[in-house]
Design a protein around this ligand. Structure first.
Ligand SMILES: Nc1ncnc2c1ncn2[C@@H]1O[C@H](COP(=O)(O)OP(=O)(O)OP(=O)(O)O)[C@@H](O)[C@H]1O
Length: 250
């Protein structure tokens, strides 16, 4: 089942066309990897899925993006509600200058949750889902900045999960991390996909091959092809995909 669906989608920064005629489906409980050389539009596409680019002056779109069949650009769906349902984790861990507990509780507090026991339960559950609970359960009141980079990134994932999103967007979530932390994030993605639709941008081809079910290859603002990850990496349909995955450019 497609959780999100994109059809005939174009994106522009002022006059500059960053995405051209993209159509694809984002299935539930699967990982979709977006690959392609620098500047091909992966991040623009990812940020278009929860209207994060609305903050960029001069940014505009054409075409359709739906979440559960509702158009996220032209319906009355409020971007704040959209971003709760379509959560995002960025390349560099960006915890708030708050305690570990308050980082995870943040979105719930904004939603007006006041009950200490509900907050505690949801914080624990989110930290467990992000595979961080055992490491932080005895120091929930410490600053988020007392954590390692890899722990901070899992904290950011817990923060995104706390508001119970349906889709999780990951923009190179492991690129700033060491190999052990990267492996933990990859394991975590495997666990999370049993519950969420996940879209991940990655420059790391091995990572895309390891974590994703489907892979889409982007080139200069267009999607060249999308397919089962095993097929894209062993038998792509388009020569440009083959050239990219075999390292001939990019
Ligand atoms: N805020 C912005 N204002 C103007 N142009 C932008 C902006 N962000 C991106 N672009 C342009 O849009 C195009 C796509 O950029 P985008 O960041 O989506 O590519 P990417 O594939 O994610 O690249 P990378 O892998 O290097 O992160 C590029 O030509 C880029 O210069």
């Amino acid at each position: 089942m497609a959780r999100m669906s994109v059809s005939g989608f174009f994106a522009y920064y002022g006059d500059h066309q960053a995405l051209r005629n993209i159509s694809l489906e984002i299935p539930d409980r699967q990982v979709l990897a977006l690959i392609g050389p620098s500047g091909c539009g992966k991040t623009t596409f990812l940020r278009s899925l929860n209207r994060m680019n609305d903050f960029v002056k001069g940014f505009s779109v054409k075409g359709q993006v739906t979440l559960d069949d509702v158009d996220i650009y032209s319906s009355g769906l409020h971007p704040v509600v959209l971003r709760r349902r379509v959560g995002m984790v960025f390349q560099k861990p960006n915890p708030f200058h708050k305690s570990i507990f308050e980082n995870v509780a943040y979105g719930l507090r904004i939603q007006g949750v006041r009950s200490r026991s509900i907050l505690s339960d949801r914080v624990e559950q989110s930290l467990r889902s992000a595979a961080l609970w055992d490491e932080v359960k005895d120091r929930l009141n410490s600053s988020a900045f007392s954590l390692s980079g890899g722990q901070q990134q899992r904290l950011c994932i817990a923060r995104a999960l706390a508001v119970e999103p349906e889709v999780l967007l990951l923009d190179e979530p492991a690129s700033a991390l060491d190999p052990i932390s990267t492996a933990r994030i990859e394991e975590l993605i495997q666990d999370l996909k049993t519950q969420y639709a996940i879209v991940i941008v990655t420059h790391n081809m091995q990572q895309a091959a390891r974590v994703s079910d489907q892979t889409a290859f982007f080139l200069t603002g267009e999607m060249v092809e999308i397919g089962e990850t095993s097929k894209i990496f062993t038998n792509p349909s388009d020569e440009r995909t083959e050239d990219y995955i075999t390292g001939r450019f990019g």
